[in-house]
Structure formats: structure tokens, C-alpha cells
Design a protein around this ligand. Structure first.
Ligand code: BGP
Length: 472
């Protein structure tokens, strides 16, 4: 059990800040402002603007991890973690994406971070692309609309593999690859005009991403045979709202759409339903024989996933609350509690989804995001009593234990979202806090950036000690 990876997670664009430091170029998320346009741009329905002085872009400074990483890694070590999942900012390595040579300052930053982690016995789990596309590639190719992106991504990933081989064992190709269905700009840097066939653009981009993922799996295995490449899905089963077959069918359909990505990345084949669906929607994809061979031969080594909650589907949504707060859609499940942001809370759903994924793919699993976004209050003596977060995590950890022990499902690790407070992906808020570690910064970008340990920090440290799971 001590080989189990106990960690925290984050993403470059949500923690690093320093968005133009040491040669870094602009990326898609740098163009997402805080405020009312954020969702429209994120969903690819509104063109992004050049980052201007009138709007506030929370990722530009984020929590300044770029300059605080030593302090933050020391806190992770104090917490007792033996793993940290983070992402690399593509535009730190290739500022526009198009350069022939990588930016040494960017590589050096991640090398220092990785070495710092390894010194503490903390295993780095690296997401190659977490909602991250250099703006240069969006301008040149319309991002993942173009097959050209496969070669650009391969160049970037191989640069990382060559530099960090033997130091990084676990790589994840695309964070929540299925986010492209819901927020194609966030997920893949896509903006889609109203008169375009939206799903054509999305499925084409998804195809190129999955081919790119298979290709880098091949490259990784050749460069570092010990290393593993994981797919990553925003997971959570769609439950039928009722036993009415109409509801069961829409839930089944939603699950099929969600499983589309793992079917290809985990089993190497397009699911059959896509044939009729693509034809009926006028979707014609550029897919070659070579693509199909690559997808078949280089399926992922493990399946990583985020789990916040299950979803529910209903055929007739008249009069039903559809405001789930989450990009995955569906309707409000009346049996579940909800977070302050309206997200469902369903610990048992974690056992259900782990079984669903395992039954379908039989690949080792890794839970790389799970946590509660909530408002935290700092007391006058600098304490944060986040018992709601402790309750959420405890319930989910209990379910994981049961699922592993009673269902025999192999789970490689658990990295809680997020080890430290960071900018919310969907809302751009700091006040939607997830961390064990509090960061003094508010929604308007004010604050000292001081780090404070929440009650959940002390609780999780004790949890790991009691379980004998402390970093080796
Ligand atoms: C996932 C993303 C993360 C993270 C998390 C919480 O979709 O992979 O980047 O942000 O959700 O979501 P939010 O920040 O919107 O509350």
C-alpha cells in the first residue's frame, strides 16, 4: 500500500502566474477574463479578445507558484504527500508553439521543480497539456482543427520526454480530453462560428488529439521504456433520472458520448454508434489508415480521471432544474447534496464510476482530481476551519478504500484537487477554493499571496500517518 501515490494536483495556468516571464508566450487560458464573457469564450461561442487593460485575467498572476514553488513544495512534503500532479505550460517550452528550438528558461523551471520534488521523495505526475494551447498555434492553424497540430504536439512532448526521462514516470497527455465537447476553447483552444457544424469541428479536433496522444505514447515507450502514458477523462456516470426507459436511454447515450474518448484511447477503436451519428450529422472526418493503426497499437498505459460527482439525465426536462453548475450538463439529482457552487456531491458515485471504467477497459486507474470548491473564512488568528472539505474528502476516501478492497479495482494513486488554492477553471474565481493550503488572494487579484495551512491540511497529514502511507 505504500507504493500508492498520495498527492495533490494543480494546473500550470491556474497556479503559476508569471505569464510572460522568462520567454513564456500567450496561451488560450491567458485570454479568458474574469467576468461575464468567460463562459461564452470558454465554450468557443464568442471570439476571444487580445488581453487588454480593461479586463482582469486571473491566470496572469494566479497564485504566483512560479516564484513560490520552493515554499509550496516544502508544504507538500510537510503534509506527507508522495506525489504531485502538475502540468507544464506548453508556451513556456515553445512560446508560440512554432519555434524549432525549445525555450531553455522554461525547461529549466520545470527541471528545478521536478528536482525539488524528487529531493523530498515526491513523485512528479506530469500533465503535458492541461487546458493549454499556445496562442501562436491558434493563430497559425486554428488550434486542433488542423492535422498540423499533431506534429507540433509531438515536438513539444518529445522535448519533455528527452529532458525528463528517468525523472518522470507518469505522463498524462490531455487533461479531461472530453472537455472539448463542452468547452472547446478551454479544452482545445477552439473558437467555432455560429454557421459552422460545431460537432464536426469538435470531433475532428478530438481525433487529432487522440492520434497525437497515441503517437507520443509510441515515442515515450522508445525514449523511456519505464515511463507510462495516461489518458485522462472528466469522469462521472450519467444516471437515469428515473426507471422510465426514455430516461435510461438518454443516460446511456450520454455515457456513450463520454466514453467515446476512452473507447478510442483505451481500446483503440471508434465505437460503432459513431458511424451512424457522424453520417446523420453531416460530420466527415479526416482519418487515415495510418491513424487507425496508431490508435489500435498505442492505447494508453493507464486511465486517469477526475471525479467531482455523478450526473443525471432526463428525457423530458420540462420543469426540472438543469442548473447543475458543471460543464458536464444533465439535470439536478434530487437525492444528492450540492456544493456552494451547485455541484452535486456523490461519494458512492465514485465506486460506481470506478467499476464502470474498470469493467470496460481493464487498465490501471489513477484518480487525479477530486475535491470540493468552497468559500473559506480566515479567523483572526489565521486559522481556516474547513470541516466541510474534510467531510467531503473523508467520504470519498472511504469509498475508494471499499472499492479497492471489495471490488478489487487497481488504483495507482489519488491526487486531491487541489493541493493549494488556485484560480477556478470555470469561474476564474479565487474564492472557489479547493486547497489544503490557503492562499491570500481574492477575486479582484488583491492579497499578499501568503500561504496558510487549513484544518484539512492537518487532518490529511494525520490521515496519511495513521494509514502508514506517508511518503517513503
Ligand atoms: C476540472 C479541471 C481543473 C479544475 C477542476 C475544478 O475540470 O481539470 O482544471 O479547475 O475541474 O473546476 P473549477 O475550477 O471550475 O471549480
Amino acid at each position: 500500500m505504500t507504493d500508492f501515490l498520495w498527492g495533490g494536483a494543480s494546473a500550470a495556468n491556474q497556479v503559476e502566474g508569471a505569464y510572460l516571464t522568462d520567454g513564456r508566450g500567450l496561451s488560450n487560458i491567458d485570454l479568458l477574463p474574469h467576468g461575464e464573457d468567460r463562459l461564452a469564450i470558454a465554450s468557443g461561442r464568442m471570439p476571444y479578445q487580445e488581453a487588454g487593460p480593461d479586463a482582469f485575467y486571473p491566470s496572469h498572476e494566479a497564485i504566483d507558484f512560479y516564484n513560490h514553488y520552493k515554499e509550496d513544495v516544502a508544504l507538500m512534503a510537510e503534509l506527507g504527500l508522495n506525489a504531485y500532479r502538475f502540468s507544464i505550460a506548453w508556451s513556456r517550452i515553445y512560446p508560440t508553439g512554432l519555434e524549432n528550438e525549445p525555450n531553455e528558461a522554461g525547461l529549466a523551471f520545470y527541471e528545478q521543480l521536478i528536482d525539488e520534488l524528487l529531493n523530498y521523495g515526491i513523485e512528479p505526475i506530469v500533465t503535458i497539456c492541461h487546458f493549454d494551447v499556445p496562442k501562436g498555434l491558434m493563430d497559425a492553424f486554428g488550434s486542433w482543427r488542423s492535422r498540423e497540430m499533431i506534429a507540433q504536439y509531438e515536438k513539444y512532448a518529445v522535448t519533455l520526454f528527452e529532458r525528463f526521462k528517468s525523472k518522470v514516470k507518469y505522463w498524462i497527455s490531455f487533461n479531461e480530453i472530453n472537455m472539448i465537447l463542452h468547452k472547446p476553447f478551454t479544452g482545445a483552444g477552439l473558437t467555432i462560428a455560429d454557421d459552422e457544424n460545431r460537432m464536426q469541428v469538435i470531433y475532428q479536433a478530438a481525433h487529432y488529439e487522440m492520434v497525437a496522444s497515441a503517437l507520443i505514447t509510441k515515442r515515450l515507450h522508445a525514449i523511456d521504456p519505464q515511463a507510462k502514458l495516461g489518458a485522462m477523462l472528466a469522469a462521472g456516470d450519467y444516471y437515469p433520472y428515473s426507471a422510465n426507459p426514455e430516461d435510461v436511454r438518454v443516460a446511456q447515450r450520454a455515457n456513450q458520448e463520454n466514453n467515446f474518448f476512452l473507447d478510442i484511447q483505451g481500446r483503440g477503436e471508434y465505437p460503432r454508434w459513431t458511424e451512424h451519428y457522424f453520417a446523420s450529422e453531416g460530420i466527415v472526418l479526416d482519418r487515415s489508415e495510418a491513424d487507425f493503426n496508431l490508435l489500435k497499437e498505442y492505447t494508453c498505459d493507464f486511465i486517469s480521471f477526475s471525479y467531482y460527482a455523478s450526473r443525471a439525465s432526463k428525457a423530458d426536462t420540462t420543469g426540472v432544474d438543469t442548473n447543475t453548475g458543471n460543464a458536464a450538463g444533465g439535470v439536478v439529482n434530487p437525492y444528492l447534496k450540492r456544493s456552494e457552487w451547485g455541484w452535486m456531491i456523490d461519494p458512492l458515485g465514485l465506486r460506481i464510476v470506478m467499476n464502470s471504467i474498470w469493467d470496460r477497459y481493464q487498465k490501471p486507474l489513477m484518480l487525479v482530481e477530486n475535491g470540493l470548491g468552497a468559500k473559506d473564512l480566515v479567523t483572526v488568528d489565521g486559522k481556516i476551519h474547513d470541516d466541510y472539505r474534510i467531510a467531503y474528502l473523508q467520504e470519498h476516501l472511504d469509498v475508494i478504500e471499499e472499492t479497492m478492497a471489495e471490488d478489487g479495482i487497481p488504483l495507482l494513486g489519488y491526487t486531491m484537487w487541489s493541493v493549494i488554492d488556485l484560480v477556478s477553471s470555470s469561474s476564474g474565481q479565487m474564492s472557489k477554493r479547493y486547497g489544503f493550503i490557503y492562499v491570500d488572494r481574492d477575486d479582484a487579484g488583491q492579497g499578499s499571496m501568503r500561504r496558510l495551512k487549513k484544518d484539512s491540511f492537518h487532518w490529511f497529514k494525520t490521515y496519511l500517518e495513521e494509514k502508514g502511507l506517508k511518503a517513503k
